[in-house]
Each structure stands twice: as C-alpha cells, then as structure tokens.
Design a protein around this ligand. Structure first.
Ligand code: PGA
Length: 250
C-alpha cells in the first residue's frame, strides 16, 4: 500500500514574513495528520527558514529545481548539494513552467533527475501534456517520451525512491482540473509504462496528480486507485487550504 504524499509547490511567491506565517500554519496543522506524507517546496532563498521552522515536524522540504552541475561557475544557479546541505528531502524536476518558460528539454530534465538521485534526494519528476497534445490524442505518447528520457540516463531502476507528478499543463493554475477518471486513466498508464522496466518500482512509486487540485476536488482525485497524492500550487499558499488537501489524502 502506498502512503499518499501531498506536496506544496509555492513557486515564486511570498515574502520572508508571509512564508514564516505559512509554514507555521502548515507545521501546526500537520500535527493532527496521520497516514499522509507532507512536503513543501519554497522559493530557494527561503528554504533555510522553512527547514528551521519544520524541525521536529513531519513536514519535509524540497527545492523547486536544481542545476545539473554540482558546483562552479554557474551564476544564479543552486546545486543539489546545497539543497541537500540544508536537509531537503525532495527536488521538483521538470515542472512544466521550467520546460516551457526556460526551455528545459526531456534530456535536460533527465539529467537533472540523475543529479538528484546521485545526491541521494528524491526527485519529484513532473510530466504531462499540453492542451494541444491532449486534443491530438497523444497524452500517453508524451508521458511515455518524458519518462523514457529518464530511463535512458538513469537505467531501468531509475524510479526506485522517486516520485512522479502527472500534471496536465492545461490544468496548472487554470482552475480546470482533470476529471478523476481522466487523471486515473493517465496515472494507470504511467504505472504500466514504468512496470515494463521494473514492476516492483512501479508498484511502489507515488504518482501525484497536479493541476488545480484544491480542498473541493482533492478527495475524489486521491480516491482513485493510482493517484497517490498531489502536487499543489495555488491551494498550497494558504495553510488552511493546504491542510484540507492533506486531510483529504489521509
Ligand atoms: P496549481 O499548480 O495547483 O496552481 O494548478 C500545480 C503545479 O504547478 O504544481
């Protein structure tokens, strides 16, 4: 049985003050949770503050991205070793905003994936189709291609101790959620695709749904057989909403 994971992706939001308030609310709310794992991914510059605030809590912390290089002349970048140094457990990789706005190809994301694995952190590997791709009927093909790039760099055992987040691009930040049936169908496909390389890893891997998940739709989405939690953007910016999603995952 897979334990659900609810992860908040705070993106580039908040101030030192507002983030302090948000994480304190999450840590407080998490005290009454059981049977669900919780993580937050703050803007890099606030990770240290958030780590300090989560001390002794079940709430884990992750970065929103990583550089593929581990050190050196890469102005503005943050290495996975630095993220690890702060005690993060997770690193989001390949979020659609990175893919579309910063030109990250499947190959770059796959390189980031292995960088995270080599550091001993857990990649939260994001995949998903655009609206045009869904309408063209190639959702599964796109997800398979994104996954296969990771198998190419990391081998058949890539998805041991990894998390996959299925995030249809058309549902991110739009208020349009995939229906539970639509999401379940892609999640089941993803698990089957992973199983072709390693059935045990495929059975264990948490596949999160992301894209306008909120307190109103979380329970039904996470009630699907292959949906093992959520990657939450907008609804993770208010502690009460985020905790309501976490509770729905219990
Ligand atoms: P959203 O974002 O919940 O605001 O749609 C999800 C994500 O981008 O991870």
């Amino acid at each position: 049985m897979r334990t659900p994971l609810v992860a908040g992706n705070w993106k580039m939001n908040g101030s030192r003050e507002s983030i302090k308030e948000l994480i304190n609310g999450v840590v407080e709310g998490a005290k009454s949770l059981s049977g669900v794992e919780v993580a937050v991914c703050p803007p890099t510059i606030y990770i240290a503050d958030v780590i300090a605030a989560t001390d002794g809590s079940i709430v884990e912390v992750g970065s929103q991205d990583t550089c593929t290089a581990t050190k050196g002349a890469f102005t503005g970048e943050t290495s996975i070793d630095m993220v690890k140094d702060l005690s993060c457990k997770y690193a989001i990789i390949g979020h659609s905003e990175r893919r579309t706005m910063y030109g990250e190809t499947d190959e770059v994301v796959a390189e980031k994936f292995i960088t995270v694995k080599n550091a001993g952190l857990i990649p939260v590997f994001c995949i998903g189709e655009t609206l045009e791709e869904r309408e063209a009927g190639i959702t599964e093909e796109v997800c398979a291609r994104q996954i296969d790039a990771v198998f190419t760099t990391s081998g058949d055992n890539a998805f041991a101790d990894s998390v996959v987040a299925y995030e249809p691009v058309w549902a991110i930040g739009t208020g349009k959620t995939a229906s539970p049936e639509q999401a379940q169908s892609v999640h089941a496909f993803i698990r089957q695709h992973l199983a072709k390389r390693n059935a045990d890893n495929a059975e264990k891997v948490q596949i999160l749904y992301g894209g306008s998940m909120n307190p109103a739709n979380a329970k039904e989405l996470m009630g699907q057989a292959d949906i093992d939690g959520g990657l939450i953007g907008g609804a993770s910016l208010k502690a009460d909403d985020f905790m309501a999603v976490c509770q729905a995952g219990q």
